[in-house]
Design a protein around this ligand. Sequence first.
Ligand code: GMT
Length: 378
Amino acid sequence: MSATRPLKIGITCYPSVGGSGILASELGGELAARGHEIHFISYERPFRMPVSERVFFHPVIVNGYDLFKYPDYTLPLSVKMAEVSQAHALDVLHVHYAVPHATAAFLACSMLPAESRPKVITTLHGTDTTLLGRDPGYGPAIRHALEHSDAITTVSEFMRRETVRLLGVNRPVEVIHNFFEPQPASRSRAEVRAELGLAEGEAMLLHLSNLRPLKRIDLLLEAVARLARGPRAKLVILAGADFSPFAADVARLGLNENVIVRERVTDIENYLGAADLGLFTSETESFCLSILELMSVGCPSVAFAVGGIPEVVRDGKEGRIVPFGQVDAMVAAAESIITDPARRSALGAAAKTRACEHFSAAAIVPKYEALYRRVCGE
Ligand code: GMT
């Protein structure tokens, strides 16, 4: 067997807009481009699933039987994983986000004869450890599935520490940071800014997230309300979920003219390229892929120094990170960047360099390939 034979890799992730699904989809695309055969297994085609003759999608069908109060996804997923593993002789099943994917992979392997079992790699992305890992209704099942994975990875050193601390995992946990490769923008910066109604000289702040409570949209809006008293700036939110629950807060803070929302945007590079500064207020974040997305096009961010964010952005070098909850410090940091174009450019250039050197496909994908080959004993 050649040391460089293409591998057959199953990938299971959430297909919706979320960091783990985006990362898993991008990884599948990069692996396919490197000659591997990729089989996505999920309830829907992942949001950013790549198009390639080496990429396949296997839907999991969930039947809504009346006898169940809560529909079950884990069992049909595990059956599909077993079926695809056997039919396509998968080498590796790489699951992103432990719940329920790692447990389903464990079940799938239990259903298969030894010679058809793929190696299982579980990548922990965030709340699968930091939230569900603490939940007595989930923790033991997550730990059990991790103990039966052939390898465990986390997307930051912070997540590795939390995994060991919260789940008591006694096995090696490898840190493989997230990566991002921007597609070329299809519209110019000027076109996008015109679409958004931004005036000449007005700064564009950009926030991208799924708006879940831990993203602290309340603090984000508070920061923009304070910023609105200063230099001319608008906040654009690329929302991966329905923004309407926040509309009343926007109105109450008098921000109707300062906040522009776009939901389920697919051409994010167009908006990344039009932005002057990223703004992030999460109370926890294992990595924050959105900050990296901005860095990859040379845009700095201001964020709270929580979780894995300090591994991505170094304060004063590629952006600013301030203690959690200090909205005034965040506003001062943002103002000092948007009013100083030379500083903004320097931070942006440093951000792009760091993204390329540490968090690009070229830097990260070979680490996953090496891991696959190692667990396969090659
Ligand atoms: O844990 C979550 O919140 C879900 C997860 C997701 O699927 O979007 O987000 C996490 O994974 C991303 C990709 O690895 C990271 O960039 C995010 O920081 C992380 N979110 C949290 O830790 C809150």
